[in-house]
Write a protein that binds this ligand. Structure first.
Ligand SMILES: Nc1ncnc2c1ncn2[C@@H]1O[C@H](COP(=O)(O)OP(=O)(O)OP(=O)(O)O)[C@@H](O)[C@H]1O
Length: 367
């Protein structure tokens, strides 16, 4: 899939631009704070219906304006499709795919796919478990669009359960029983989907990691859950449901003390190991970077294996962070295969030969 054209109106520091892209490597070149990442954000929004860094949608509207509007022609399997998104400061939205109106931003999920690799992703290894959960959840949401609804339903019930835990309601136990039943249904679906997806992703990441390290390192990935069963990947959804229900009940005393839901998919994590050692704790900076690159390349391949088509790749200022060997490997893997958008402040040597350069200057594009 690839983006043919984009029209960006009142989005971040762009007032009104139209750009045509090649199904190739496209480079946004410009000094700092000119709007390179903002363009990636517009592309990202078309895919996931949200801001890149979880900013409120109002922040995406140009400061001097009341609404933003993005329209794009996206080619998927040789067919042109139109995606249109309008949003105003009164929270009114218009979302259309091929002219058909959609109810929510979540309805965009799964139609047009992107993978983003930005400097912040280097925190995937070192950062908090929520970053690793988000990484996996975002991947699944694009592959299985109903997953994001599962997650949001689950999170809403956790919030309500926590409110109840903080209250002194007379029928507290009865209410918790109801919540735990609902939670265990959703939690088992979420955990099962995460484990199934991770099972595929980890094979692809491990293969890539081997290639990136000349067969020197073995990357393995584990899903860490509170559940006591050892091999939870071998459990059926029903078995996960029963186990989690039991554990919600067993943890109730603790939950009542801390007034919060202490177990569940919202607390799970993913552990990344190189040669059986946790990369977060023991990995060098270089190993952490390579691990993240392996994960990102695995994401691209997972899309290909599940959907039969590559997503669009957004590389925000990361090429300069990689050493020559990893950078060359990445470029070799995307060239002539994956439409890629690269932001950069300098016309580095390794970009020579890529013809599609867009000079970004204070919210304007100079071709
Ligand atoms: N809602 C908005 N309305 C108008 N301008 C905005 C808005 N949000 C951000 N900006 C402007 O966009 C600029 C940043 O653009 P962006 O993050 O795309 O820069 P960049 O070219 O990627 O820079 P860098 O190379 O430093 O990462 C900010 O300096 C800010 O002035």
């Amino acid at each position: 899939m690839y983006i043919k054209k984009i029209h960006v109106n009142n989005f971040r520091n762009y007032k009104n631009i139209d750009i045509e892209f090649k199904n190739d490597i496209n480079i946004f070149l410009g000094n700092n704070a000119q709007g390179k990442t903002n363009l990636l954000e517009a592309i990202y929004f078309l895919s996931l219906g949200k801001s890149l860094r979880n900013y409120h949608k109002d922040d995406l509207i140009h400061w001097d304006k009341q609404y933003f509007y993005i329209k794009s022609i996206v080619n998927i399997n040789d067919k042109d499709n139109t995606i249109e998104i309008g949003y105003n400061r009164n929270n009114r939205k218009v979302i259309k795919i091929n002219g058909v109106e959609k109810r929510s931003f979540n309805d965009l999920l799964g139609f047009f796919n992107v993978v983003i690799f930005a400097p912040e992703d280097l925190l995937l290894v070192k950062g908090s478990p929520s970053l690793r959960r988000n990484f996996l959840d975002q991947e699944i949401s694009q592959l299985v669009p109903y997953y994001s609804k599962l997650l949001s339903d689950y999170n809403k019930i956790v919030i309500s359960r926590n409110k109840i835990l903080k209250s002194n309601k007379a029928d507290l136990i009865k209410t918790l029983d109801i919540f735990d039943e609902q939670l265990s249904n959703l939690a088992s679906e979420i955990i099962k989907k995460r484990i199934d997806t991770l099972d595929k992703l980890k094979i692809l990441a491990s293969l890539t990691h081997r290639k990136l390290t000349d067969n020197q390192e073995n990357l393995t990935i584990e899903y860490l859950s509170y559940l006591p069963e050892r091999d939870i990947q071998k459990l059926s959804k029903q078995q996960i449901r029963e186990s989690i229900l039991l554990n919600y009940k067993e943890n109730r005393k603790k939950d009542l003390e801390i007034r919060s839901t202490s177990i569940g998919p919202h607390r799970d994590d993913i552990q990344l190991n190189i040669d059986n050692k946790n990369v977060r704790k023991f990995g060098s900076q270089g190993q952490q970077r390579t691990t993240v690159l392996s994960l990102k390349l695995a994401e691209l391949e997972l899309f290909m294996s599940q959907k039969g088509i590559y997503p669009v790749l957004l590389l925000d200022d990361v090429l300069s962070e990689l050493d020559e060997k990893r950078r060359n490997y990445l470029i070799k893997n995307i060239k002539d295969k994956i439409q890629t958008f690269i932001t950069t402040t300098d016309k580095e040597d390794y970009l020579a030969g890529f013809g599609n350069i867009f000079n970004v200057n204070n919210g304007n594009i100079i071709f």
